[in-house]
Write a protein that binds this ligand. Structure first.
Ligand SMILES: [Zn+2]
Length: 96
């Protein structure tokens, strides 16, 4: 299977990373979606559950661009969105 292995935006070689699997309907966020396409196309902090082989539990392995991840985190901070890394903390605390 041929796959793009560099980020078209940053020219960064993609590496395998972890995406948070979100099940159910994602809440629509047009600003985030537009920013994702324009600013961090290979961040892939979240994926829709069931779309990927090998999706196990709450995380699955995807090819990501580190610079896209950084861009997404920066964008989320600047625009008042929750940092994707914080998702795990929320899930962990929801257990109790
Ligand atoms: Zn990138």
């Amino acid at each position: 299977m041929d796959q793009e292995i560099t980020c078209k935006l940053h020219g960064t070689r993609l590496r395998s990373g972890v995406a948070h699997v979100s099940y159910g309907l994602p809440s629509p966020d047009p600003d985030l979606e537009r920013a994702r396409v324009e600013l961090f196309p290979n961040s892939r902090s979240t994926v829709a559950g069931g779309c990927l082989f090998g999706a196990i539990g709450d995380d699955c392995e995807v090819m990501i661009c580190d610079q896209c991840r950084e861009a997404e985190n920066r964008w989320r901070k600047e625009n008042g969105r929750r940092d994707w890394i914080g998702f795990d903390d929320i899930l962990a605390s929801a257990d109790g």
